[in-house]
Design a protein around this ligand. Structure first.
Ligand code: DAH
Length: 359
């Protein structure tokens, strides 16, 4: 519908007609006079804004309009109002278009140029591998748990059966956190294992959980040692859990990581919180007869693990006579390095954009 003053005039006349025929009153005369003053406007003056005003006049003076005419006058006024509003909206739209046109003409805007590339970023390789492992384990019904990075001495060492004078406390090169004398001593957790005991205290057996996370050690940093790195703990507690379950779970884990069956071997390993404890080696996924990754041995030391020590179950409030379990401590940072052939651990958390933008 395009706006024509002639149409507005026509509607005004249709409103005025029954009013002229009606019995006179001062209000009606005033209304008629107003309507006539609108009708007397030139076409330019009778624009959308003044037509809107003309439409409002009878609506605002309904009381003066004799009963039988009210319906017709009201309906016609509404029609005039709609006509004027539509024109005002169209004008606003034309003004916006014109402003846009003007802006385009004034700048060197070129609508045919391809859009600027959106930088989407990508997941850090540690995050990518963590999520993949979380998917794998949750699909098998395991829970993903978290724990504090500033940990109590009790959870980090004592509850894990690491005796006060045990060399493991030293070999772990602990960062101690300054605490007031007499307060419980705090450490930057040296491993994800303390979450084993937290899990036992929180969950009722049987349960299965993984704990991916950051750990900290006061080490001299070189290509294979960082003060901050990632591990993923695993813990299963249930009835009759055996080394067979441990081996099965580890094979599934490796199949998930490398996408095919990986041969494994167990060697005895010592960790105070497991008995027996093992070092699980995986057949080197990168070669057949020795390469630099496996140091020519065709085996890669990947997964320390073992059967949860009864003392640890007890520290977690679980009766070792009824329940058994296995645990493993996957070196997540090391796994990420293997996976992407990263030869220096310092790249992982070094914050160099040239490194992370390769993934
Ligand atoms: N917490 C150990 C470490 O950081 C790794 C480990 C060994 C975890 C054996 C385990 C385990 O759960 O069973 O060196």
């Amino acid at each position: 519908m395009t706006y024509a003053p002639a149409r507005a005039r026509e509607l005004l006349a249709r409103i005025a007609e029954p009013l002229r025929a009606a019995p006179r009153s001062p209000e009606l005369d005033a209304l008629l006079a107003r309507l006539e003053s609108f009708a007397a406007l030139s076409d330019e003056q009778l624009n959308a804004a003044s037509a809107l005003e003309a439409a409002a006049a009878p609506l605002g003076a309904m009381r003066a309009i004799p009963g039988p005419s009210r319906g017709l006058v009201g309906a016609t006024s509404n029609e005039l109002k709609k006509l004027a509003e539509a024109e005002l909206a169209a004008q606003a739209e034309r003004a916006a278009q014109a402003a846009l046109e003007a802006e385009r003409k004034a700048s060197d805007f070129d609508a045919t140029l391809p859009a600027a590339r959106v930088e989407r970023g990508a997941l850090h390789p540690i995050v990518a591998v963590t999520r993949e492992l979380e998917d794998l384990f949750t699909s098998m019904g395991w829970t993903v748990l978290d724990g504090p990075e500033v940990e109590t001495e009790e959870f980090n060492f004592d509850a894990l059966n690491i005796q006060p004078d045990h060399p493991a406390r030293e070999t772990m090169d602990t960062f101690w956190v300054a605490t007031p004398p007499g307060a419980p001593r705090l450490v930057m957790r040296t491993h994800t294992s303390p979450v084993q005991v937290r899990a036992m205290k929180r969950l009722k057996p049987p349960f299965r959980a993984i704990v991916p996370g950051k750990v900290f050690r006061n080490e001299s940093v070189d290509a294979s040692h960082e003060h901050t790195f990632h591990q993923m703990e695993g813990l299963v507690v249930g009835k009759g859990i055996s080394v067979g379950h441990l081996i099965g779970a580890m094979k599934t884990l490796l199949r998930g990581i490398f996408g095919r069956e990986i041969e494994i071997r167990l060697r005895p390993g010592y960790f105070p919180f497991v008995e027996p404890g093992f070092e699980l080696d995986a057949r080197c996924p990168f070669c057949k007869d020795g390469c630099s990754v496996c140091k020519r041995s065709t085996w890669i030391e990947l997964l320390p693990c073992g059967m949860v020590h009864p003392n640890v179950l007890r520290a977690g409030g679980i009766d070792p006579e009824q329940w058994t379990g296995f645990a493993f401590g996957l070196g997540l940072s090391r796994l990420v390095m293997l996976r992407y052939s990263i030869d220096d651990i310092r790249h992982l958390l070094g914050g160099d954009v040239r490194f992370v933008s390769q993934f």
